[in-house]
Unconditional design. Structure first.
Length: 394
């Protein structure tokens, strides 16, 4: 499927002059694109012609490495008179120029064009490639083609959850919500990914039981549901898997860590909930309701403005109704910790720093629970507990 005006050579009508050059692009394949899945279908070359759908995405996006010079194989039709030898085929995509040689002789041929400038950071290029051919002192417009290209660190297919190809939807999600464009440092990319998962407006920590909604810690992460949820609740397992999978979409291998026991939170921000040191406020809420019911004034307060559980996410550090995390999951990349559930923690330190900064080791309430506060030695790689690889589920 081709848009009107795409792939059409804009040239002067042939006349009886001694020389003319008409060139038309008929097909494009981006060489060495990683495997891609878009809208539940494996993307197969050519990458153009193809249709467009929602938000002008391409049906056949290409995903390339920032480490390599990007190349494309281009089929062209040449109609010429009075010129021979070789000419130059060039395309401009958002200021990025692809260039290669073509024969100026009439006929169909396949040319190879190479991106002249290096793309050395994560990028999303989407739009019209404007083509022209030059040779024999002539210039021919060769058409306009609509393409979509992602530039990432490495091949996502090396991870089990993208073995059939990286989801184009996951990459678009990161670029649209994660401020990931232009990042060249891998730790910075994990930081941006973690912050993205923490900042999703429609996700809130599940404060009733800390339950997973999207398959975290089960070996099957519901990525599509996570991006476009019917439920707003998440827990630390969901957030950990989200960071692992979205980082994997960029070609980065992030480890999931499991800590048991964990302990009481130092005052921090809980995903979607704001400031918190009491992630399970039900006990405090029920205690306060019972207290209010014992007085006329309290009953009036309940009738006029009933308290909510969310009102008790912050309590006194020695409040007997304060609740700890029994266990917790978070991420590690090159010895730095990333937590998209609480904090967020975005690579500011290692395991020892994380425990010191995030767990309340001084409250006397630790004595009421066996093993609290949690220690660095209580942290293990999550694969110890779940042998199944993470699977993305549409």
């Amino acid at each position: 499927m081709t848009e009107i005006s795409e792939g059409v050579s804009v040239v002067a009508v042939k006349d009886d002059s001694d020389k003319y050059l008409n060139v038309v692009i008929t097909e494009i394949e981006f060489i060495d694109s990683y495997k891609v899945v878009n809208d539940k279908k494996e993307v197969k070359a050519p990458h153009w012609p193809c249709g467009k759908y929602r938000f002008n995405y391409s049906e056949k996006p290409a995903v390339m490495s920032i480490k390599e010079k990007s190349k494309a194989s281009v089929k062209v039709k040449v109609d010429s008179k009075g010129v021979n030898g070789s000419g130059v085929l060039q395309a401009n995509l958002k200021g990025h120029v692809f260039e290669g040689n073509i024969s100026l002789s009439s006929g169909e041929q396949t040319a190879e064009v190479t991106l002249k400038d290096s793309v050395n950071s994560v990028q999303w290029l989407k739009g019209s490639m404007v083509w022209e051919a030059r040779g024999g002192g002539l210039v021919s417009s060769a058409g306009v083609t609509y393409v979509e290209m992602f530039f990432i660190f490495d091949d996502p297919a090396k991870f089990p959850f993208f073995s059939k190809g990286v989801w184009a939807e996951a990459l678009r999600f990161l670029f649209e919500k994660g401020n990931i464009r232009g990042v060249s440092n891998r730790n910075e990319a994990i930081k941006k990914t973690t912050q993205c998962c923490f900042d999703i407006k429609y996700h809130k920590y599940e404060i009733e039981h800390g339950a997973s909604r999207f398959g975290g810690f089960t070996g099957a992460f519901k990525l599509s549901d996570y991006m476009y949820p019917k439920f707003e609740d998440v827990n630390c397992y969901d957030q950990t898997y989200a960071v692992i999978v979205f980082s994997g979409a960029l070609g980065l291998a992030v480890d999931g860590l499991y800590m048991d026991p964990y302990g009481f939170l130092n005052s921090t921000h809980l995903v979607g909930r704001g400031t918190c040191n009491n992630p399970f406020p039900k006990r405090k809420y029920l205690s306060e309701i019972a207290r209010l019911k014992r007085s006329t004034t309290g009953k009036l307060i309940i009738s006029l403005s009933p308290p909510k559980k969310e009102d008790y996410l912050v309590v006194g550090v020695e409040d007997p109704e304060r609740s700890p995390f029994g266990n917790h999951m978070f991420c590690e990349y090159k010895s730095k910790i990333y937590d998209a559930c609480a904090g967020p923690t975005v690579g500011s330190g290692d395991r020892r720093d994380y425990v010191a900064n995030n767990i309340d080791s001084t409250t006397r309430l630790n004595a009421l629970y066996s093993g609290l506060p949690g220690q660095v030695s209580d942290i293990s790689n999550y694969s110890k507990y779940r042998s199944a690889p993470v699977k993305t589920v549409k």
